[in-house]
Write a protein that binds this ligand. Structure first.
Ligand code: SF4
Ligand code: MSK
Length: 630
């Protein structure tokens, strides 16, 4: 049996893992245990399945020298090809999410289900993209802007528009190194072509390609997803919420939203307010409807509406084991296929909605956006009508829940700081923040991002690194499942300033912010790119000069690899808590953890010990501070 204390620091799992075992539910940790030691060829990235002469497994040993696959590919080629394909997959995932949001904006209308909530941001983007707005109504502008966004995926000439948001020295470097991504789909396609058998075999060129594709994610797909979501659904502002499985309500119909795209979740948020459905919930014996979120969808709806965050990646099975979930409604990405099996052991309806993510054993209800609100109401109705099927003998809801302040954005941080400093500026100013960094109150800024991974104790990496860094006066911004770990660990409250070092604590007191700022979902790491670039521009330096790092203590997905690569290629060091599958090629390891610095001014670091990681981050920040003369 799995001992919860060995696999998670989250107390909600103590009883639920035991309950799952009693009820013969197989969990992610059971399967991890059965899997035993991973294949070392796969772990080191030297297994190639690109053509059917293989699979080929090669190894590099100093005594035997380079071994080759049947076609002659070396370990360096195989590792770099595998790595490039993973980055392409991550880029495709974030960007295909963005494409759907752009289509939604293209169909938005005054009286439709999807409207424009942030008109100011729309007109700002229209101006940035040279769209004539004079005498045009808001929806005409929205449709023109959406069409331009859609063209970013396949335009034949030029480079991506949002790259112009980067500081000049960075853009010049990208141009010199031929790293400016052209169209988003083109960068993904080029990698798939070049990694076909008999095409690109040069490891450095493959990593170069993966860097260019990753920029099409960060400065392309992810940024389009973030900006257009703000325009459609509203730019978030700081808001209070609650987190962890204790937010489930035994007396109500519980609906869990899980996945990524706000086009679905925003409609469900509207649907649960429908008087008829609330009345129906009462008729079936419930006190009402309780909507909660999981993974990045939770981040999207909590930061715009304060919807409670039930948990992160490693809690998606456990939330069903509580026995009180009437429906788990999902769209795309990070949804475990095991949910269909587990939901059948309870009364939970596991409903898939996207043609991109049909899951065997689920109930599939196509979320046709032309009929969005009506389908959302149908989905909520399915949940409400399922309340009567709940099995009381299987119910257990953990008590743990924590407060959190969520919903920070670049504009929000700037305006907040400016207000406190008495600066009168529309979008605020970076001066108070930059002054705090210069005088040492804030030693640096760390973006803690990414997933959960069964190779780590759930949430321990995130929260240990965050605690260590804030104690050393590092301001933390967080997204994705890392942000949820911090929220559950009570690190996103005003009181959390007490764990911070004296300098950071004083800033938090003065400004009235927690030491860890929730910046949204995985695509919202694009907010961090803009934030870092604005600070660099304010100081007249490149991103790589700043005491800023990206950290992914528990990363696991291909999306995380794409993110890590675009952050490094944008000039910011990335610290990983787990080694990517590249260890089979010393050449590729050297490119990513050493030579990258000469190329793009930043590199990857890998530390599986989180105390050592913290020390290394602080050393790197101090090195940057010395070079800046602060
Ligand atoms: Fe083997 Fe080369 Fe085919 Fe890969 S592409 S499976 S290394 S023969
Ligand atoms: S949901 S990509 S597990 S952060 Fe974005 Fe969490 Fe990682 Fe998915």
């Amino acid at each position: 049996m799995i001992d919860a204390k060995n696999v998670s620091i989250d107390k909600t799992l103590d009883t639920l893992i035991e309950k799952a075992a009693d009820e013969k539910i197989e969990t992610i940790w059971d399967r991890k245990k059965i899997m035993k030691t991973p294949c070392t060829f796969g772990e080191k990235g030297v297994c190639c399945q690109i053509c059917s002469m293989g699979p080929c497994r090669v190894s590099f040993t100093p005594d035997k020298g380079v071994q080759r696959g049947i076609c002659g590919a070396t370990a360096a080629t195989i590792v770099a090809r595998n790595q490039a394909r993973k980055v392409a997959a991550g880029t495709a995932s974030h960007s295909d999410h963005a494409r759907d949001i752009a289509y939604v904006m293209h169909m938005a209308s005054e009286n439709g289900d999807y409207t424009i909530k942030d008109r100011q941001k729309l007109f700002k983007l229209a101006t940035e993209w040279n769209v004539e707005t004079k005498d045009k109504d808001v929806y005409t502008v929205a449709h023109e802007v959406a069409e331009i966004a859609l063209n970013e995926f396949g335009k034949p000439f030029g480079y991506l528009r949002f790259l112009d948001r980067a500081p000049e020295p960075r853009k010049e470097l990208w141009e010199k190194l031929e790293l400016l991504p052209r169209a988003i789909d083109r960068e993904v396609t080029t990698i798939m072509h070049s990694t076909h058998i008999g095409c690109m075999s040069d490891a450095l060129s493959l990593i170069h390609m993966s860097m260019r594709a990753s920029l099409a994610d960060g400065w392309g797909g992810s940024m389009i997803a973030t900006v257009l979501s703000d325009i459609l659904f509203g730019t978030p502002t700081p808001i209070k919420t609650e987190t962890n499985l204790g937010v489930l309500d035994e007396k109500k119909v519980n609906i869990v939203l899980h996945g990524h795209e706000p086009s679905l979740s925003e409609m469900i948020v509207l649907a649960v307010c429908d008087e008829g459905l609330i009345e129906l919930a009462k008729q079936v014996g419930a006190d009402g409807i309780n909507l909660v979120g999981m993974c990045c969808t939770a981040n999207e709806v909590t930061m715009r509406h304060g919807i409670k965050i039930a948990g992160n990646f490693h809690q998606q099975e456990m939330i069903i084991v509580t026995g009180v979930v009437e429906a788990m409604i999902v769209d795309v990405q990070c949804i475990l296929p095991s949910l269909s099996q587990i939901s059948k052991c309870y009364h939970t309806k596991f409903i898939t909605t996207s043609p991109k993510a049909k899951i065997t054993g689920s109930t599939y209800i196509d979320f046709d956006k032309k009929n969005a609100l009506a389908i959302a109401k149908k989905l909520v109705r399915e949940a409400v009508e399922n309340f009567k099927n709940r099995k009381p003998e299987k119910v257990f809801v953990p008590k743990e829940r924590s407060d959190a302040i969520v919903g920070f954005t670049v504009e929000g941080i700037k305006t907040h700081l400016a207000k406190v400093a008495g600066i009168d500026a529309v979008d605020g100013s970076l001066k108070p923040l930059v002054d705090s960094i210069a005088n040492g109150s804030i030693r640096g800024i760390a973006a803690i991002v990414g997933c959960n991974n069964t190779k780590n104790k759930h949430d321990s990496g995130h929260n240990e690194v965050i605690r260590n860094l804030t104690a050393n006066n590092v301001l933390v911004v967080a997204t994705g499942c890392a942000a949820q770990a911090a929220a559950k660990g009570r690190l996103m409250t005003a009181e959390a300033k007490d764990i911070a070092g004296d300098g950071l604590k004083a800033v938090c007191d003065f400004v009235g912010i927690p030491p860890v700022l929730h910046l949204g979902s995985c695509v919202d790491i694009s907010r961090i790119l803009v934030f870092v670039s604005e600070v660099a521009k304010y100081l007249g330096v490149d991103n790589s000069a700043l005491p800023v790092v990206g950290v992914a203590p528990e990363w696991m997905s291909e999306k995380a690899l794409a993110i890590g690569t675009y952050v490094v290629t944008s000039g910011v060091d990335v610290f990983l808590g787990l080694m990517p599958p590249i260890g089979g090629s010393p050449e590729v390891v050297d490119i990513l953890t050493n030579a990258a610095e000469d190329l793009v001014g930043a590199k990857f670091y890998v530390y599986e010990d989180f105390s050592e990681m913290t020390e290394a981050i602080l050393d790197r920040m101090d090195e940057k501070r010395r070079k800046l003369g602060i």
